[in-house]
Ligand binder design. Sequence first.
Ligand code: ATP
Ligand code: MG
Length: 273
Amino acid sequence: MATPAPDKIIYSMMRVSKFYGTKQVLKDISISYFYGAKIGVIGLNGSGKSSLLRIFAGVDTEFNGQAVLSPGYTIGMLEQEPHLDESKTVRQIVEEGVAEIMGFLAEFNRINERFAEPLSDDEMTKLIEQQGQVQEKLDHLGAWDLDSRLDLAMDALRCPSGETPVKVLSGGEKRRVALCRLLLQKPDILLLDEPTNHLDAETVAWLEEKLQQTLHNQAEAAKIPASTPQLVKSEEERRLASFAGAIVQETVSQIEDRAAKRRTQTAPAGASP
Ligand SMILES: Nc1ncnc2c1ncn2[C@@H]1O[C@H](COP(=O)(O)OP(=O)(O)OP(=O)(O)O)[C@@H](O)[C@H]1O
Ligand SMILES: [Mg+2]
């Protein structure tokens, strides 16, 4: 994770448009955001929220215009419908969130196994040096309590037990596992596309609290939950939610219009609007 820099713009999008075939879903979107910004994207079904987030995440590179992420910053995204490798278990998916540490641990084990082989003095010296370097990286990454960290994260998100095959998971369980993997990655920019879909009320409350904490300690940068009114509560957040230019602004006003209409329709006869 990069060093927190609250006054630094870390992402800019200039005049981005997106077409699927001849159908245009995003038109001339321009936005920049600061490290630590918390942004919501509100829009009707099919208005282009997921398409926008996939461009932010760098998952979709087929668009017109420019998008620039400051060097050294990382982005992680929870997809609206996460695709998990069905041949894996829950634990293996969660471990993908700490792939860097897992890689160094595997290297550390390979080095240790080589000590059992016959080695010249020179080879032994080199191997000890290599072991020291990898150990230093593992110390730095806090790898030695990795198992308990993963257990804690899986418990917090009430993931199914580690050996459960991904292919038998329900929609909500898949989301928990994908979210657990994502939070362990600790990306600088956390993109959540409809994060509360399929999640029960208790987990939604936990997620809100977790996002509040990470926002306050600036551990992560921009948090962009798409279309989750629970997570976009305050006036300020609502204003931020309309950041994405014409398309999103339009849908925000449409939502307000619809809400006003509903209020009028449901108001008892004779009541003032
Ligand atoms: N791969 C694709 N090929 C063709 N059309 C697509 C593709 N992906 C999305 N679309 C269309 O683009 C539009 C925007 O889709 P998108 O998924 O971005 O909307 P959304 O705002 O996230 O909707 P929702 O609230 O339902 O999640 C929709 O009309 C959708 O049918
Ligand atoms: Mg969507």
